[in-house]
Design a protein around this ligand. Structure first.
Ligand SMILES: [Ca+2]
Ligand SMILES: [Ca+2]
Length: 321
């Protein structure tokens, strides 16, 4: 055998050995996430034709709601929740597309902006669009969120990053750029509702009362590893939004309650006008910023502002299985 051929074979063997070692070191599931350039599907879609297709049962109980990390989470209070059904994943682009095809629904981000409701908007924000995360090269502290959030005319659920982007081949990703009334319209079309904050939090706590507050960054969730917003280490396998169901579900069989996208709830936010409570944190939540990957965390969101770190899931009041 020629000497150069031996050398090539040795190099190839060394690369293969390194790859095997890397898979072994990371563990199967995590390595699988890293191996593909971008995963487009993690969970097979459930289509069984029943009214509760793709939903799981959440038994009722009494929950100690809230947390004590950020001021808006307290005080801790006991709340009783009846049993209900809940979508096991965030609503996907495919599911939302089905709704739009059946109803010709036009989302808030695609409609003319109500400038009477929002006087004094800068010219770009008077055009239909959504707020999009754009990773900055550098920031001057994290006080000014406009360093990484940009209002992009033409951004909407079909074009989540702006007019030049699309959801082609992203059927299994959660739908984004959804305003509150869009989420509500979808839920009503399905004969369902949006979860209350208490329902959402109870489900995120796996229907277990009195769970100890855990502030560690979860491993089984799409969050942000590294210094937000300038270093995205993506140790969880996802630089951006993940398809639904790529991480282990919670004990009830619910996926991505924590992380991936924030989720709308039906509750008005008590101290912000025309805002609702959103829950669960997103792929943008990091230990140094927005430590909100916890069931008790919450944030206000203006009802008519579509953003690309926010989606939703639905609930259904129906008898237990
Ligand atoms: Ca991530
Ligand atoms: Ca989520």
């Amino acid at each position: 055998m020629k000497r150069w051929l031996v050398a090539v074979l040795l190099v190839a063997l060394a690369i293969a050995a390194l790859a095997v070692a890397s898979v072994w070191l990371r563990g199967g599931r995590e390595a699988a996430r890293h191996s593909a350039a971008e995963r487009m599907q993690c969970l097979p879609a459930v289509i069984d034709g029943s009214p509760r297709s793709g939903m799981v049962w959440v038994a009722g109980g009494v929950l100690t709601m809230g947390d004590t990390f950020y001021p808006e989470e307290g005080p801790l209070r006991e709340v009783s929740v009846d049993g209900f059904w809940m979508d096991r994943t965030e609503v996907t682009n495919a599911e939302f597309a089905e709704f739009v095809a059946a109803t010709n629904y036009i989302t808030v981000a695609e409609r003319a902006v109500d400038t009477a409701r929002h006087p004094g908007l800068p010219p770009d924000m008077q055009k239909p669009g959504a707020v999009v995360f754009v990773m900055p090269n550098d920031v001057n502290g994290t006080g000014d969120i406009s360093q990484w959030w940009q209002y992009i005319p033409g951004a909407n659920w079909r074009h989540p990053g702006g007019p030049d982007t699309s959801i082609e081949a992203r059927e299994n990703f959660p739908v984004t750029a959804i305003a509150y009334e869009d989420a509500l319209a979808y839920a009503r079309w399905k004969g369902r509702a949006l979860p209350t904050e208490a329902q959402w939090e109870w489900a995120a706590r796996e229907a277990k009362p009195g769970a100890a507050p855990d502030r560690t960054q979860p491993r089984e969730a799409n969050t942000w590893q590294g210094l937000f917003p300038v270093i995205n280490e993506a140790e969880d396998g996802f630089v951006g939004i993940a398809p639904v169901g790529c991480f282990e579900p919670n004990a009830l069989g619910l996926y991505d309650m924590i992380g991936n996208l924030w989720e709308w709830t039906a509750d008005e936010y008590e101290s912000a006008p025309a805002a609702r409570v959103i829950k669960g944190g997103s792929w943008l939540c990091a230990p140094n910023y927005c430590l909100r990957y916890r069931p008790g965390a919450r944030q206000p969101q203006e009802e008519d502002l579509a953003t690309t770190h926010l989606g939703f899931r639905t609930v259904l009041a129906a008898p237990a299985p």
